[in-house]
Design a protein around this ligand. Structure first.
Ligand code: AMP
Length: 192
């Protein structure tokens, strides 16, 4: 089994790259942002709660997000592995994930941060906002707030996973194919 976490600020290409990685390595792709958006679309209680945070570019509270993530893993046991996209995003989430996986006799093998500079990310997200229908993609203030959440709460996870020797950085600038190849190289080392 291989379990991988994809890090990267909004717009860094996590979702796009996850599509390729999940196919190549036959992993179950879990995107917490996507699950929240589905809940919003279906007007569930979880969706209504998440929406108030997402619309401001803030993180959804840990307890809600962690429970949702566990339920998703629970529904997919006995698979080749998971590709976590957008989770964990806080120290609390990372610890809960480790504890939970340990209970299931699983663990995170590798975390990869896709790095792109902020100016380019803003351009990419505003461009995506023209078609994505996402309110949090349309407004530069909300986008900057998402970056701030990343800088304040998520970037410190780099240290957490570095200590476990599980953290790698991939340059996210270039064509989609180029970035995919860089990611494959990092993952292939793991499975050989
Ligand atoms: P994403 O699709 O990953 O860009 O996520 C969109 C939004 O969903 C984020 O800005 C947060 O409001 C929320 N979200 C997604 N994943 C998490 C998480 N792990 N913890 C808290 N909020 C999250």
């Amino acid at each position: 089994m291989i379990n991988i976490v994809l890090f990267g600020k909004p717009g860094s290409g996590k979702g796009t790259q996850a599509e390729f990685i999940k196919k190549k390595y036959e992993l179950i792709h879990i995107s917490t942002g996507y699950i929240f958006r589905q809940n919003i679309e279906n007007e569930t209680g979880l969706g209504k709660l998440a929406q108030t945070y997402m619309n401001k570019g803030e993180l959804v509270p840990d307890n809600v997000t962690i429970e949702m993530l566990k339920a998703e893993v629970e529904n997919n046991l006995n698979v080749k592995g998971f590709l976590f996209d957008g989770f964990p995003r806080t120290a609390e989430q990372a610890k809960s994930l480790d504890n939970y996986l340990e209970q299931k006799k699983m663990n995170i093998d590798l975390t990869i941060a896709i790095e792109v500079e902020d100016d380019l990310l803003i351009k990419r997200i505003l461009n995506r906002g023209l078609t994505s229908g996402r309110k949090d993609d349309k407004d530069e203030i909300k986008i900057k707030n998402r970056f701030e959440e990343y800088n304040n709460k998520t970037s410190l996870l780099e240290e957490y996973y570095k200590k476990q020797n599980k953290f790698r950085i991939v340059d996210g600038i270039g064509s989609i194919d180029q970035v995919t190849e860089r990611l494959y190289k990092v993952i292939d080392v793991l499975i050989k």
